[in-house]
Design a protein around this ligand. Sequence first.
Ligand code: ATP
Ligand code: MG
Length: 399
Amino acid sequence: MSADPREREDGLGWVTRALFPGDGSRVTVQRHATPGAPAWAIVPSVERARFLVPLGNRRVAAASMLAYNGLRSGPTRAVRSVLGSFARTGALPFPVLSATGSLVDHLASVLEEPHLFAAVGIRPPDPNRKPTLQLFGPDGRPRGYAKVGWNEATRGLVRAESAALRGLPRNAGPGYPVTPRPLHAGEWAGQEIGVTAPLPERVRRLSDPDEPRPAAMLAVARRGGPPGERVPLAESPFLHRLRQETAQVAGPEGTAIRAAVEALATRAAGVAVELGDWHGDWVPWNLGEVPTATGSALVAWDWEHSGPGVPVGFDLAHQAFNTALVVGGRRAGEAAEAAVAAVRRHGPALGLEPAAAGPVVDAYLIEMWLRTWRLAAGGAGWNPDLHPALLEVLEFRNT
Ligand SMILES: Nc1ncnc2c1ncn2[C@@H]1O[C@H](COP(=O)(O)OP(=O)(O)OP(=O)(O)O)[C@@H](O)[C@H]1O
Ligand SMILES: [Mg+2]
């Protein structure tokens, strides 16, 4: 039972290599914890590991299964509730991983938390994904949430999110979503670490996930401030940036994406847009709500793809595109049509005239293809849902 889990090819191997890298850590898997070393239950088994539940403090072990259950689906919540009750009694009949010299020790030191525990979800290794840690204090209360960027692509995402969170407006006003406060950003063992403060503990899933929230999208775009000036899309700094970035793309993809940008410039003649920030991954699974005295407030996390200077309406297009693609299982072309329909319908609430819907969605699709291309260039591989499909959709939309 004591083979080093870091040698595994699966999710457990991937996560343990991130948490306990190098020779400075000693990792064992046994029936019981090694005295003196932090320990985790491997739930449900080494072969099918789904969670690492921190041991040594029953309140923490239970909290790690029960916290944020308002965000989980019914079946996941049920499994976690059962595990939480077992954890509270100290009866978790799973193999135990003991390890010294871990990322958790490092986080305890940078966060100045004398006793820090981490619960870790395990998913199959994926070059686009990051191991993540839910951090708790000995009282069982959440202390933060850490992401580990381990390859070039994910290091870039973690760095981008930390920078984005630091750049968000403070006291942006009541319409602005609640966002996680950045607690720490830095490098450790060749990895990029980003830690955010805990989300409000009462956060829950959106009651109406498909409903667009134009007021919150506008607040994000305008950083809680007044409306910006409208500019001709075809001559905007945004289009200039698309030309600059697509100039870097080699090969037939470069030819195709530059053609899409020029087609957009032609199609956008006469279309004026407001430029602003966007969240960059506005989808129901990155949003929640918390009860307030007057109703509820929107909570938005996962700011890895956020940025300034894009046409207002991108978050709306993204929500409709991804809901169709991921939830609806539709093809990229149909998802693009769903995005156009959403921007036509709800765009007026964002100050967009109906004629802007097509060009704004084309611009959004180009931006998404560039994101896919950047991730591929960072070693994450091409996202098969988006490449080459987005280039084909753009070509089709322009003929
Ligand atoms: N600050 C936080 N406090 C508590 N929980 C958080 C926090 N940030 C994120 N989470 C939880 O972790 C989940 C994943 O976070 P996030 O979406 O930022 O990461 P991700 O690596 O992009 O993951 P995914 O690929 O699942 O979207 C969220 O859906 C939320 O449940
Ligand atoms: Mg997410």
